[in-house]
Design a protein around this ligand. Structure first.
Ligand code: SF4
Length: 207
């Protein structure tokens, strides 16, 4: 039996696995899962994990990365945060903390193992997944992921036009840290982004 989306989201909001039963070091702060589920969205945005700013606000992609992502998608903030249009499911729902060099830790492994399969099953209407960054590529593409992030994104046509459902569009992370990558891979802007904008526009109406 598929559990209801509402029940599942309530369980996620109450989740303390990474504090009480962590797979490795415990989360160094109180969990604050940031996830947007939807019964009507046709597009699911699969990012990495919240940063500190998102952890504090509880609003996903409420930062410069989010501004760039909205620009890539060709949507306004109002459209982006309309849960009837977009589900937002990062690979780790809670801010994972910082590593020894001050960078964000990877998404908590416990999260995808516990929640992602069930969340996808509870949102069968999703037609398109924007898989953002290597962790989302790994989970959503599995063996179809290429050797590197660049190779995976470069092969976007083969991945997107395959017969797999939901459709998947692999993207790099829209972080400012990837500005150099975007400059080196100009095809991303000229070839992939027009298709992305068109696919989003055609799926903007809720189901
Ligand atoms: S990261 Fe995921 S598994 Fe860990 S506490 Fe947050 S919601 Fe639970």
């Amino acid at each position: 039996m598929t559990e209801t989306l509402e029940r599942l989201l309530a369980d996620i909001r109450a989740c303390r696995i990474c504090v009480e039963r962590p797979d490795g070091r415990p989360l160094p702060h109180e969990p604050r899962p940031v996830v947007v589920g939807s019964r009507t969205a046709r597009v699911l945005i699969a990012g990495q994990a919240p940063g500190l700013r998102v952890h504090e606000s509880g609003l996903p992609f409420n930062d410069r990365s989010g501004d760039r992502l909205r620009d890539w998608m060709g949507v306004t903030r109002e459209e982006f945060y309309d849960a009837s249009r977009f589900a937002i499911v990062p690979m780790g729902f809670c801010f994972p903390g910082y590593d020894d060099k001050g960078g964000d830790m990877p998404p908590r492994r416990e999260c995808a193992a516990r929640w992602h399969g069930r969340l996808m099953a509870a949102m069968p209407q999703i037609e398109l997944v924007l898989a953002i960054g290597q962790y989302a590529h790994r989970w959503h593409l599995g063996a179809r992921r290429r050797k590197s992030l660049t190779e995976t994104v470069m092969d976007w046509r083969e991945i997107f036009f395959s017969s797999y459902r939901p459709k998947i569009l692999p993207l790099p992370h829209p972080s400012w840290r990837n500005t150099g990558w975007l400059k080196r891979n100009a095809w991303f802007e000229t070839d992939l982004l027009p298709l992305l904008k068109g696919e989003i526009r055609s799926r903007l109406q809720p189901k």
